[in-house]
Design a protein around this ligand. Structure first.
Ligand code: NAP
Length: 239
């Protein structure tokens, strides 16, 4: 199981309770990844070839890709490696968020689009995209950026005006609303992850009538998509 999301951890719980022989794989991006009720491994496999070798060495029969929808490289590697190794693959994927009444969304296709969608005048931006891709926003140094990161940054950030809050999700709408008010946020930038783990900021922004620059998901090669834990369990049983 390729993990790294709230939903992946939920699925791991069900697999463990069902006594499934499974291993949970983390990329190793955070210092203290959440402990899983399954055996864990950590770190990249070494590209497609490395993943093929791993699948064969461990006699893996099924791969569940429960990575974040923006982890497009890992997902693409999983499609290629499973095809090559003859291993069944399914993605455990949450549906993207949809706009609701009261939402003010500016939909953009990628990070560059998000930078371009911010105003020219100085704004106070809740940049809710994790620690990757921050350098793209250095093109707009006039904004003050609020970052929420799992670990305190170990190197200086490429954004001259920033505040870092260290916290790990899932978050709730009430505290996200307070966070945005406390930092006088005027704009939110978010990836359309879907799911419940990171939804609180959308609810908070809606209640505060703040615009969200919403980045669409990257393209991933076609694969079987399962959206519910029960579907994954049935697939493991029958395929
Ligand atoms: P990525 O760009 O798609 O992957 C880059 C490389 O990291 C992969 O080629 C692979 O290295 C390794 N990798 C990624 N996920 C892995 C996993 N679960 N187990 C083992 N190796 C993995 O991925 P990313 O966007 O950096 O995300 C990394 C992890 O953070 C993922 O597990 C994802 O679920 C989680 N995450 C990502 C985001 C996000 O916004 N991107 C948000 C929340 C959580 P090799 O090529 O060497 O195998």
């Amino acid at each position: 199981m390729l993990g790294g999301t709230t939903e992946a951890s939920r699925l791991a719980q069900t697999l463990a309770v069902a006594g499934r022989d499974a291993v949970f794989s983390y990329a190793g991006r955070t210092n203290r990844p959440a402990l899983q009720p399954l055996p864990q491994r950590q770190g990249g496999f070494g590209g497609v070839a490395g993943l093929v070798a791993y699948l064969k060495a461990e006699a893996i029969s099924h791969v569940v890709d429960a990575t974040h929808p923006f982890a497009a490289q890992m997902s693409a590697h999983a499609v290629r490696a499973c095809a090559e190794a003859g291993v069944a693959l399914a993605a455990f994927e949450r549906a993207p968020w949809q706009m609701q009444d009261g939402d003010i969304w500016l939909r953009v296709p990628d990070m560059a689009g998000a930078v371009a969608a911010l105003p020219r005048r100085a704004a106070r931006v809740f940049l809710a995209i994790g620690k990757q891709n921050l350098e793209v926003f250095a093109a707009c140094p006039q904004h003050h950026y609020l970052l929420r990161l799992v670990d305190a940054p170990e190197v200086p950030l490429p954004l001259p005006l920033n505040t870092v809050v260290v916290a790990r999700g899932p978050f709730d709408a009430g505290s996200d609303k307070r966070l945005m008010q406390d930092h006088a946020i005027t704009h939110v930038v978010a990836k359309n992850a879907g799911g419940t783990g990171a939804e609180a900021k959308l609810i908070a922004a809606r209640e505060l009538a703040l615009p969200i620059v919403m980045i669409d998901r990257p393209w991933v090669p076609e694969r079987r998509i399962l959206t519910r834990v029960e579907e994954v369990m049935a697939w493991l049983e029958h395929c």
